[in-house]
Write a protein that binds this ligand. Structure first.
Ligand code: IPE
Ligand code: IPE
Ligand code: MG
Length: 244
């Protein structure tokens, strides 16, 4: 069924507020098509564009996409450099269109391994969209869930030392404020493509009660129709949050 038809089946009262996606399988897609891994990543960007557009269409509030993990530096130098450039180039290329669509984009992740000029350009480009009030799009770039928690610990420690807060204030809510996702709702739904059934250090704190949805589809082949099907399935789940 065409995705526009599927959208009509969505229950407006049970829409997820925040969807997070582990976009996996670009390399295997490339292998399957007898081409270089980088061509899989390039094709993957087209899927990102489609899924962002569809997210706007269904009035989603928050979408977080996993673009590059703190572990992805372990890949070949060529692949890493290609990914860094592809992510930056895509941001620069798409920013006007994103702005037009009322998308508010930011990068979340550690700045540590990225150059000062890279971080600055990301910030300046994203800032052009920060008056927008539609979809909040988070690009998880040099992101690691454990790293995020470590950075939060360090900042909390600093703020206790300088008496901005006291240790008695430490609770779920306070810790949430020290994460990259401060002020955002936790993901309701996490989607992972390519058949891998793991979280790979994605949103470790925030996904404590998220619903997970997995598909064997490789990210470059992922479509709006499958995306809406995932949301429809999410709407049929029974979330209990520990209650009966
Ligand atoms: C996901 O595709 C993109 C990134 C992790 C940057 P992969 O590159 O992990 O693709 P596979 O898992 O090797 O197929
Ligand atoms: C997770 O995918 C990271 C991103 C999608 C950016 P990976 O392909 O790096 O994860 P593993 O190595 O299979 O766990
Ligand atoms: Mg992978």
């Amino acid at each position: 069924m065409e995705y526009k038809e599927l959208i009509k089946q969505l229950d407006k009262k049970r829409m997820p507020q925040h969807i997070a996606i582990i976009m996996d399988g670009n390399g295997r897609w490339a292998e399957l098509h007898n081409t270089k891994r980088i061509n899989g990543h390039k094709k993957g960007v087209e899927t990102v564009r489609e899924i962002v557009e569809t997210s706007v269409e269904i009035d989603l509030k928050y979408l977080t996409i996993y673009a590059f993990s703190t572990e992805n530096w372990r890949r070949s130098k060529d692949e890493v450099n290609y990914l860094l450039k592809l992510i930056m180039d895509s941001l620069v290329k798409e920013i006007d269109e994103l702005k037009k669509n009322n998308v508010n984009i930011r990068f979340i992740g550690s700045r540590k391994e990225l150059s000062a000029s890279y971080n600055k350009k990301v910030m300046e480009t994203c800032a052009r969209s920060w008056n927008n009030t539609g979809l909040h799009l988070n690009v998880a770039m040099n992101y690691g869930g454990r790293r995020e928690i470590i950075e939060a610990f360090n900042q909390i420690y600093q703020d206790i030392k300088t008496e901005k807060i006291t240790e008695t204030e430490i609770n779920d809510e306070l810790i949430g404020k020290y994460l990259y996702t401060s002020g955002m709702p936790d993901p309701d739904l996490v989607i992972r493509t390519s058949g891998e059934i793991r979280s790979s250090n994605f949103l470790v704190w925030q996904t404590a009660y998220s619903e997970f949805w997995f598909t064997d589809t490789l990210w470059p082949d992922f479509s709006s129709a499958e995306y809406i099907r995932a949301i429809l399935e999410f709407q049929n789940r029974n979330r209990r949050f520990g209650a009966r």
